[in-house]
Design a protein around this ligand. Structure first.
Ligand SMILES: [Fe+2]
Ligand SMILES: [Fe+2]
Length: 168
């Protein structure tokens, strides 16, 4: 069964959302770099790279099922963060929005009995659990340390206590 047009449209929209998430993480990483917090910058920069890989994963699937890749316009990212907390909050809100979008895509695919798309999305559903957990954890640690205690957060990240994913 060919992938329905409305599913291909939604998949292309998701490509845009993953690129938008990548730009947000690059923007957050740049904020921390400008604050001379290199480990926070590196952490969010790695997240930016991951989001780009997610976009590519959706693009490959669209091509594999015979669709056309149509990358939409990407909104400008927020950049003028007043605090580390505000920057970390954007990351969590972005992950929550991506999770809602992937869940909606999954609902569309199951309603259309599009098993190939449903099955592909399982990986993302699992991934989003981890992404939200990590974003939430880092926000809480930043809140606990406070804006004057961000060097503690740098130490925390250096000890690889966060963002470590279990071996796949
Ligand atoms: Fe993603
Ligand atoms: Fe993510």
């Amino acid at each position: 069964m060919p992938t329905p047009a409305h599913i291909l449209d939604a998949l292309n929209a998701q490509v845009g959302m993953e690129f938008a998430a990548s730009l947000k993480y690059d923007s957050i990483a740049s904020y921390f770099a400008s604050e001379s917090l290199p480990r926070l910058a590196a952490f969010y920069s790695t997240q930016a790279t991951e989001e780009r890989a997610h976009a590519h994963r959706f693009m490959k699937f669209i091509l594999d099922v015979g669709g056309r890749v149509k990358i939409p316009a990407i909104d400008a990212s927020p950049w003028d963060f007043g605090s580390a907390e505000a920057a970390a909050k954007l990351a969590l809100e972005s992950e929550e929005a991506v999770t809602a979008s992937i869940n909606h895509l999954y609902d569309l695919a199951t309603a259309a009995k599009d098993h190939a798309t449903s099955n592909m999305l399982q990986w993302f559903i699992t991934e989003q659990v981890e992404e939200i957990a990590v974003a939430d954890q880092l926000l809480r640690i930043i809140q606990r340390a406070g804006e004057d205690g961000l060097l503690l957060v740098e130490d925390y990240i250096a000890q690889k206590a966060i963002g470590e994913k279990p071996a796949a």
